[in-house]
Write a protein that binds this ligand. Structure first.
Ligand SMILES: [Fe+2]
Length: 262
């Protein structure tokens, strides 16, 4: 059995112990989709076969801690439980699901699990390690866009835009979005805030192909449509459309790895 099949078999059996709630099933589905997105991105980027395989393994285990997190704390909010990137590394070391994965590949997998959910990737990583951290962050975001634009908003842990009455954090999120600044998710409470934060992810994407996929699938438009009608929404819509168009046209003949230069 190859290592990807071995990882799949271990993961399926591990998750079956938790499978009692819809949130767990949705996280398992998210993992499967992120594996597909990660492998597909790595292929498009023309990575060597060993890195395509490693990208799939990283995606398979990137949310390893989510299952125990929900089972123990009944939440996916790290601030109310534990950081699921760091916790995923601890669990991987403890459970050792892939004994044949050794040396540099294992070290890269652990780094990518640890940093997939952080606000940014720290310095001091090797180039290969950094590329894998960048790829899982993009693949994860692509699938989170699928989830949040789908029908099951309960998965995100926040309600609809109509729930939003007053939020002191809202104007900061809008300003950040219009100025190309990544917001952090510490104070996130409403669906509107979540949408503004996730629209800002376009500044944090690492590969041009990721933005192309997100644009092609219409995720950004679906999110914008959910914002309350008004001047703010109009400004945001124009700004996002302009930014995406610029990025896609400027970089169309970009570096051979298809990386964004930001
Ligand atoms: Fe995650």
């Amino acid at each position: 059995m190859d290592i990807s099949a071995q990882a799949f078999r271990w993961f399926t059996s591990y998750v079956s112990d938790f499978k009692t709630e819809q949130n767990i099933i949705l996280k398992e589905e998210h993992t499967e989709k992120v594996v597909l997105e990660a492998v597909s991105l790595a292929r498009i980027l023309d990575w060597p076969e060993e890195d395509i395989i490693l990208a799939g393994l990283i995606a398979r285990f990137h949310d390893l801690a989510r299952f125990e997190q929900f089972s123990r704390f009944k939440t996916f909010k790290d601030k109310d439980s534990k950081d699921h990137g760091d916790w995923g590394v601890e669990l991987f070391e403890e459970l050792n699901p892939l004994p044949p994965l050794m040396g540099e590949d294992r070290r890269i997998l652990l780094s990518a699990i640890r940093y997939h959910n952080k606000k940014s990737i720290p310095g001091g990583l090797t180039e290969r390690e950094r590329q894998h951290c960048r790829l899982i962050r993009d693949a994860d975001k692509i699938d989170i866009y699928r989830v949040v634009t789908g029908s099951d908003v309960s998965f995100t842990g926040v309600g609809s835009c109509e729930d939003n009455t007053t939020s002191p954090y809202l104007s900061l999120l809008i300003d950040n979005l219009l100025n190309g600044i990544q917001s952090d998710n510490t104070h996130l409470k409403t669906r509107e805030e979540l949408i503004l934060l996730q629209l800002g992810w376009i500044y944090d994407l690492n590969y041009l192909e990721s933005l192309r996929i997100i644009d092609r699938r219409g995720y950004l438009n679906l999110l914008i449509e959910e914002l309350p009608e008004g001047q703010d929404r109009d400004r945001i819509e124009k700004h996002i459309q302009k930014t995406v168009a610029e990025k896609l046209s400027n970089r169309i003949t970009g570096s051979k790895a298809g990386q964004m230069a930001y």
